[in-house]
Every structure is written in structure tokens, then in C-alpha cells.
Write a protein that binds this ligand. Structure first.
Ligand SMILES: [Ca+2]
Ligand SMILES: [Ca+2]
Length: 406
């Protein structure tokens, strides 16, 4: 989701690392190759020549339209069914590629979405959803504060009861913007919540570095037995950020981690953090991490000093880009589907403002290589992943596109 950026934000030269990022578009879309065809008389046998197998090209295909400001898309384990959050407060169901008219859940009576970054922002189904029927949503309420709430789905999986709600966590929001929004279960079964620095600009509260607040952090809580009387527990192995620190913290120093995701194969974590005026960044946390990372905000924006200095132990992003490439990063997923083999293992992400979508992957030397995949005219609010690992692109204007092979 875009941070409100001044229209006259300085156009900066690409950083040294961003210069490497300049994609070769020809590489981004593999050229179609065909098997060489032998002259008829050279063929060893008269049987029909098999069809040439062209290499698959990644493409975007319109999947569903008619949504109202879609912000998140996920699944509950069933490959036929997708769930999409709409910013004003509804959860919609896509069944076998068809958008159902009846919402899964309607929270418009409690969601406040006045601000561009407010509303119903994220949804996650419990790992044991088939048994527990529990799901969790992340929204801003009528007062503008962040609410993580649990719900119970009905047995058919096509609707949930709004009156089943219980509040898991509520976070006061001092400003309308930078509310984070993503919630996802990690491979460890814990619920991770991305929380922005509270808002305004430049992190006036220094929330990113203040371990006494949940703002500007990635949280990790245990909701495996979540109920109205005990909404969550603190995992015993959460990192310790020192005296007076909140025990929900997993990683600190984030500005607005609008979207993050886990690689479903490896468990590695990718956090896309929206920048202030200069750099959009992708942060990486290997599956072996025990948490405790400090991703730098507001001491640094990307690799660059922002405010303050001299702090040791910051974790720099694996990638950043400047205003020449976009203005608000939207994190995506590592592709683990089967429809587009050339993308297998690549992390896909995009920019809300420029509509560009890139891939990021490590080469054999361990260096991150960035390449432009698509240059679209979409307002990329989010990416989504289905039960089979296929990926989708959510256009805030109401359409969902599927990444396919052609
Ligand atoms: Ca806020
Ligand atoms: Ca950072």
C-alpha cells in the first residue's frame, strides 16, 4: 500500500546496488525456443514427429474482476477456493475461478477505511483450519487502531459468522498511515504480524527502534489455542530485546512492512518494507533465524543513513531500489508452483506506483540478482498464493491476475 509520497520527491540516482538491478528485459521474458526439425529423409523412423516443446514464458492473465479494492489473497488448504480481503471490510470467496456473490465475512460495520492505508488489510487461516475452522484478520477499526481478530468459519468453508469474533490483539495507531497489514502463519505454526511505525513521516515516535512498543515491528504470537479468554500466548523462544521490551517482538526496525511472506519450501522469510522518500527495500531472514533482527528504520532507509548513526548490528536489506523504479514496494512470494517452471524458486515482488514486477534470486555465488519480469499499469496492492503455490497479482482497482505460463 502506498505511503503518501510528496509528488516532488527527489529523483535520485540509482544506488550502486540498484544500478545492478537494471533488468535486461530480454532476459526477463525467456525467448521461445523450438527443437530443431530434421529433414524428413534424415528422420530415423517414419512415426510422427512429436510436437516441439516451446519454453514456457511467464505471463499475466486476468483471473477475476469486480472486486472492491482487494488487499490480500490466500487459501485455507483447498486448491479450489481462494479468499480475498476487500479494503472496506469484506472477505470474498473465489471458487473454481468464479467470484461468489455472497461474502465469506462482512466486517464493514467495524472496519474503518477512511485513510488510504486503512481498512481490512490481511487474513490468515489457522494451520489446523480443517479441524478448528479458525481464521484471523488484520484491520483498522473505526477509531483507526489496528485489530487482530479471530473468527470461526462455518462448516462449508464458504462463510464465517461475524458474531463469532474475538479480539486477539489491539494496537493504538497514532496516525492514519503505516499500519502494516499482513498476517501469516510461519512454518513453525506461529502467527506473524507486520506492524508499521505508526505513521506520519520520518517515524516521529522512533517506534521502529523502541522495543517498548509493538509499532514498527514484526510480531510473533502463539494463537494455537486462541480463545476470547486467552487470545494468545507468547512463544517461549521469542527473542529478548532487553529491559522493558515487549515479548511479542520477533524483529524490529521496520517502517511499514505492508507485505511479508514465507517461502513455503524453505521457510525463509521475505519482508518488503516501504521506504520514506528514497529507497524501497526487501529484507531477508533465513529459516534458521531465531529472530531478533533489527532492520534499521529509522536509523537507516535501505542502505543509507536516515536519522542517527553508530548503532551496531543492523541487518541491511538484500535489495533496494530508488524513485527511478517506483515509490512503494509490495512484497510477494517465492514461486513454488508448477505452471511457470522458469520462475521456480524466485521471489516475486512489485511496486504499487510503477506497476513493475521483479524477480529476486540468489546466484551460485550467493549474490542476489534482480530482474524485471513485467512492466504493468496495475496498482499492485498485493500478491497472493494458492494452495498449489501458484501466484496472483492484486490490482487495487479491483482485478486479480494470475501468473501463468504461455
Ligand atoms: Ca498508523
Ligand atoms: Ca531497513
Amino acid at each position: 500500500m502506498p505511503t503518501a509520497q510528496p509528488a516532488d520527491a527527489p529523483q535520485l540516482q540509482p544506488s550502486p546496488s540498484a544500478a545492478q538491478a537494471e533488468p535486461a528485459r530480454a532476459e526477463a521474458t525467456p525467448t521461445q525456443t523450438t527443437r530443431p526439425t530434421l529433414p524428413a529423409e534424415a528422420r530415423p523412423e517414419a512415426r510422427p514427429e512429436p510436437e516441439p516443446t516451446p519454453s514456457v514464458r511467464p505471463a499475466l492473465r486476468l483471473f477475476v474482476s469486480g472486486l472492491v479494492r482487494p488487499t490480500d489473497l490466500t487459501h485455507a488448504g483447498d486448491p479450489r477456493t481462494l479468499y480475498v480481503t476487500e479494503q472496506p471490510g469484506r472477505v470474498r470467496v473465489i471458487r473454481d475461478g468464479v467470484l461468489l456473490p455472497e461474502p465469506f465475512l462482512d466486517l464493514t460495520d467495524r472496519v474503518g477505511s477512511q485513510g488510504n492505508e486503512q481498512g481490512l488489510l490481511g487474513i490468515a487461516f489457522a494451520p489446523d483450519f480443517a479441524r478448528s475452522r479458525k481464521l484471523f484478520v488484520n484491520y483498522t477499526n473505526r477509531a483507526g487502531d489496528t485489530v487482530i481478530a479471530g473468527f470461526l468459519a462455518r462448516a462449508d468453508g464458504l462463510s464465517a459468522d461475524p458474531s463469532s469474533a474475538w479480539t486477539v490483539l489491539q494496537i493504538d495507531q497514532p496516525y492514519a498511515n503505516h499500519n502494516g497489514g499482513q498476517i501469516r502463519f510461519g512454518p513453525d505454526g506461529m502467527l506473524y504480524i507486520g506492524v508499521g511505525d505508526g505513521g506520519s513521516a520520518g517515524d516521529p515516535l522512533n517506534a521502529g527502534q523502541d522495543v517498548r512498543t509493538l509499532l514498527g515491528k514484526l510480531l510473533r504470537i502463539d494463537v494455537s489455542n486462541s480463545s476470547p479468554s486467552e487470545p494468545y500466548r507468547i512463544p517461549a523462544d521469542n527473542p529478548d530485546f532487553g529491559p522493558n521490551s515487549r515479548r511479542e517482538l520477533w524483529a524490529i526496525g521496520l517502517r511499514n512492512p505492508w507485505r511479508f511472506s514465507f517461502d513455503r519450501l524453505t521457510g525463509d522469510l521475505y519482508i518488503a518494507d516501504v521506504g520514506q522518500n528514497r529507497y524501497e527495500e526487501i529484507n531477508f531472514q533465513p529459516a534458521t533465524s531465531r529472530g531478533g533482527e533489527n532492520y534499521g528504520w529509522r536509523l537507516r532507509e535501505g542502505f543509507a543513513p536516515f536519522r542517527g548513526n553508530g548503532v551496531e548490528g543492523l541487518t541491511d536489506p538484500i535489495w533496494q531500489y530508488g524513485r527511478d523504479e517506483g515509490c512503494s514496494v509490495t512484497g510477494g512470494y517465492v514461486y513454488r508452483g508448477s505452471a511457470v517452471p522458469p520462475l521456480y524458486g524466485a521471489y516475486l515482488y512489485g511496486d504499487f506506483c510503477s506497476g513493475r514486477i521483479w524477480t529476486l534470486r540468489r546466484d551460485g555465488s550467493g549474490n542476489w540478482q534482480n530482474a524485471l519480469l513485467f512492466d504493468t499499469d496495475l496498482n499492485i496492492a498485493s500478491f497472493g498464493e494458492d494452495a498449489e503455490g501458484e501466484l496472483y497479482v492484486l490490482d487495487l482497482n479491483g482485478a486479480i491476475h494470475r501468473i501463468v505460463g504461455e
